[in-house]
Each structure stands twice: as structure tokens, then as C-alpha cells.
Design a protein around this ligand. Sequence first.
Ligand code: DGY
Length: 430
Amino acid sequence: MTTVSLLDRAISVLRLNDAGMFTKPGPHQYPHQWNWDSALIALGLSHFDLPRAHLEIRSLLSGQWQDGMIPSVVYHSMPSDYFPPSQFWQIENSPSAPPVPTTGITQPPLLATVVRRIDSRHPNPDFVREVYPSLLRWHRWMHTARDIDDSALACIIHPWESGTDDSPRWLRLFEAIQPEALPEFRRGDTRYVAAAERPNRSEYERFIYLIDVFRKLNYAPTALLAHSPFLAQDVLFNAILFRADEDLRALGVSLGEPTGEIDGWLDRVQGNFNTRFWDEGAGLYYDYDVRSGNPIPVNTAATFLPLFAGLPSREQAQRLVEGHLLNPVEYAPSGQVRHWVTTTARTEPTWEPRRYWRGPVWVIMNWFIAEGLRRYGYDGLAETIRQDTLGLIETSGFREYYDARDGSGCGSDDFSWSAALALEMSHDSK
Ligand code: DGY
């Protein structure tokens, strides 16, 4: 298959999943609009249909809450067999809920970064002026409603907010959560994808238990910070947020907007990020469990996200890359593992090669890592990862994730962000 046909196929996947106003992340498994999926989908669409990319972003923003949160899912009243359905969240009990049905939690904030990148290729000040206030309100919400210690670092209250639902990063926090009573529910996520490639039952029960806690608190931000049994400062989320703050600032400057507030967030996060997350002994970034007051010493690919944000020093970057990413027992292909980059270090006992965020290769993580490597001058390694990722897609199709041992596909097929990032990563070589 030639590169041209790969790009044509990527466009076909985005067209296949086009629901008119928004693009489904996957045709069966994910039938509504997901936040960070949609940002990447807009980036992919911008390569061949700029008006449709703008519509994708407008549709996501239509779900913004009055307090500024952009939710993880906007349901758009589309009937589906997805669980949990919109009614399950009971967001109408919150005075901040928007008129369209959404979840009551957020997702990693990639949108400002995407808007800036699209604008750098197709300058459109009118569009930037239109979306900038919504982006600013979302970022303000993350730096205030989710700031528990005046650090400007954002807390997440649910693993779904990390985008990496069943990552081993969250297992210890889950052990401390004992659901008293669970609402009645029936999972839908194992209808189209093998159960062995989806989260385990005990984690899934906690996902649902947490939603039940939040809806009983009517999603009041102070109550959530005070009472959510799950409360973490997430390396991945905060690295993406810092990068997005930089991009939001650049958009503000292009519009002639004052940037003092954003500068304040950038200064504070820059000052607090390494103190909070860097483990000097391990040479890794660890997430932080706010409830227990302890770092979470689990080695996953989230540790490389700060490179994407330019947050590590040169020396820290060298330790991350040369000590871990290139280490053949942790991340680098070796022996039975033929592909970059497993989402969990293979030295972790919880590494599972085919289960969701427990270890498979994800296109989005490889894109973040390659971008971060280029920022630190590791161009050769970035190129190796870019080519390996495009090769995986070419061989196994636009899958949700891949088994690093043989490159076979897992999870949803016709997965939109794998298609969107194939377009973006092919563009990277031009
Ligand atoms: C799911 O349904 O698996 C999603 O990740 C939750 O947003």
C-alpha cells in the first residue's frame, strides 16, 4: 500500500464516522462526541476540509458548562447503545449544566493546541476570535475549580478524565475505594470489543461508583474537590494543560488580548511541576495521589508527556529518553516486542500487552512522544517512532490500539484519531 492510499483511507474513516455535526471516535464503540478525540479529529479534518474541522470544534464547544468546563462527552441527543447514556449522569441537577446532554467530567485539554496548529497553517483570525473566550474559560476553570493547593496544577476526579482509563497509574487509588453500593448498570463496552481488551470488572465498577458519588453532589466543584474518593494530580493532564496554556497565550497575543492571567498560570505551573512530579531517584515523572498525599510510583508512558510541554530540563530529558524510553527492558522494542511505545513499562507487573491502557501501543501517545522528542533535539528517534506508527497503521488498519509484540490491532476498528493522526504524522515529514 502506498502512502497516498493510506491517506485516502484515513479520510474515508473520518468520513465514515462523520455524524454531521461531530465525528464519532469509533463507529460502534464510541457513538457520541468525545473531547480530546474531537480535538485530534479536527486536526485531521483540517488537512482536507477546513470548514468541517471548524464545525467539529464548534460542536464540542456547544457542550461547555456555564462554569467553563468542557465535558468529556457531548451526547448531542443521538440515540445509541453506549453505556453510560446521557441520563445516567443526571447533570440537570447542576446549575452549571449546558442545554445539551453531556457527561459531568472533563478530559485532557488538547483543544487550544489544536486550534493554534490549525491556525498556523490556515490563518483565520475570525475563527480564533470566536473560540478564544470559550478556551480561556475552560483553562480558567481547570486552574481554579480543580486547583486544590493553590499550585495552579489541575486535579482530576475520575480516571476517565485522564483519558487513560485503566492505566496502572490508578490501581493503588482504586484499592482505597470500596464502593458501598453500586447503582444498577450493565456495561456496553464489551459488546463490540473483546472483554480481554477492555478494563477489568473491578475497575469498571469503580468508574461507575465515582459517577454515582458525583451526581449525588450535583457536580458542585467545591464538593467534588472535598469529597471525590479519587483525586489525583496527573502528569499527562497537567503537561497537556501547560502546553495548551502556551498555545492559548499565543492565540491571545495574535488577537491583541491581554495575557497576564495566562502568564500567571504558566509561571506557577512551571514553578510547581517538577517539584510535584519529578522523582530524582527514578528519573521519572510520577502522578500524585492527593487523598493519601503520596506520589504514585508507577512507570508508564505518561512520564514522557512533559517533553511535549517542554517542562523537563535538558538533563531530565536525557534521563527520560536514554534511561527509560531507549531501555530495552522498559519501552524500546526488543525480543518479542517489535513496536514503539508500550503505554506501560514492561518492567511493571501490571503490564498487559492487549488490555486498553495497560500496555498496548496507542497512536496518540506515539504522536505526543515524537513531538516531545523533536522539541529536545532527538530527531532521529522521533522519526523512528513516527515511521513505526505509520507502519503499524498501514499493516493493521486504523485500530484503537495495537499489540506491541506483533503489531496486531485491538479495541475499536475504524478509529477516528488513528486516522486523524495518520494525516498529521504524514504531514510531519513534509
Ligand atoms: C469509555 O467508555 O471507555 C470511555 O473511555 C469513557 O469516556
